[in-house]
Design a protein around this ligand. Structure first.
Ligand code: 2RA
Length: 345
């Protein structure tokens, strides 16, 4: 069986990764429809041997589409997702707009795949920092029982979008040329700097990104009482987010079992040989399916604590790849119907 797939936000960074991953992973496509704002409608995008004309994402466009990956902002999801659902289209959404709704499963297929069976037409994809962090945390939770975590993120500029990549690049070039550096995307220069400010500040002093890491981790892992203290930081890295995690567990921990659990987990690659300078880095983990997990050690400040470092591609596991993996799993399990199937012989 093959599917008519729509990508809403097809011209953006995540939209382009969706196109690439579906081709590379041989997603069963009968047709690919590229959808974007009215500004981009009419442009053509080369996909393999085919030139596809970008259509405007607007009500009514989903009638023949089986699965729509929403890779635009929350505003677009709020404006169009219900229209897609009403047209019988499965929505897999990358935005944060609907993630915490009770009737919207928030799914990482290596963690809570069973939740893909009970939805009202919309599946949400987690925030990129949360997804990457959980690739290290989940196998440790299954082994020792998670109690609380303290985390700091090191988030690449591609998490903000193409304009932030351009800003970092322009600032590095300006610095090398001895020219004035200007900042438009971030409130401070990002080249040669770190900015402890991802998303907007709330009244409690935490940013939206920090709050998302707490709420989404609880929902995905089914741990409503999990205590999370997060500090999210933007760093001058182009692609792949990294997270330093200190986790406290219910049961006594040991590193041999911890490393074995991470090594056996489908979402992670254990890269943990510090004596030979082997640990994950964003450069090494960019454009990799699995997130790199390393620097595992007994935490010296927590009871039953382990600290570790994880790096993973924010545009892949943190966005496009996780969305495609969700759809692939639904297809494998027979949970996704194609509209044209009844007409097929
Ligand atoms: C970021 N979490 O890196 C965002 C992207 N979704 O800013």
């Amino acid at each position: 069986m093959s599917y008519v797939v729509g990508i809403v936000g097809a011209t953006g960074a995540v939209g382009q990764e969706l196109v690439r991953l579906m081709r590379e992973r041989n997603f069963p496509l009968s047709q690919l429809r590229l959808l974007a704002s009215s500004r981009s409608a009419g442009k053509t995008i080369q996909v393999g041997d085919e030139k596809i004309v970008v259509e405007e994402a607007k009500p009514g466009v989903f009638a023949d589409i089986d699965v729509a990956f929403f890779a635009a902002g929350g505003g677009v999801t709020r404006a169009l997702a219900q229209d897609a659902v009403a047209a019988g289209c499965l929505v897999i959404d990358k935005s944060s707009a609907l993630r915490m709704r009770d009737d919207v499963p928030l799914v990482i297929p290596e963690i809570n795949p069973e939740q893909l069976q009970s939805h009202g037409g919309i599946i949400a994809n987690p925030n990129c920092s949360t997804a990457v962090m959980l690739m290290g945390l989940w196998p440790l939770h299954q082994t020792f029982g998670l109690k609380r975590i303290f985390v700091s993120t090191y988030q690449s500029v591609s998490g903000t979008g193409a304009e932030a990549i351009d800003e970092l690049d322009a600032q590095v070039r300006a610095s090398v040329a001895g020219e004035a550096i200007t900042s438009r995307v971030y409130p401070h220069q990002i080249a040669y700097n770190c900015i402890p400010h991802v998303d907007t500040f709330g009244a409690d002093g935490y940013t939206g990104e920090e709050t998302k890491m707490a709420q989404e981790s609880r929902k995905i892992m089914g741990l409503p009482d999990l205590k999370v203290s997060a500090t999210c930081v933007r760093v001058p890295v182009l692609r792949a987010h990294s997270i330093a995690v200190s986790a406290e567990f219910e049961r006594p921990v040991d590193l041999t079992a911890a490393r074995a659990a991470v090594a056996a987990f489908a979402g992670a690659e254990l890269i943990d040989d510090p004596a030979n300078n082997r640990y994950p880095t964003p450069l090494e983990c960019a454009e990799h399916v699995r997130c790199g997990v390393g620097r595992l050690r007994i935490d010296t400040a927590l009871d039953n604590g382990i600290s570790f470092w994880v790096s993973g591609d924010n545009l892949w596991k943190g966005a496009a790849l996780n969305a495609v993996q969700n759809a692939e799993l639904m297809i494998r399990e027979g949970w996704l119907a194609a509209k044209a199937a009844s007409a097929a012989v």
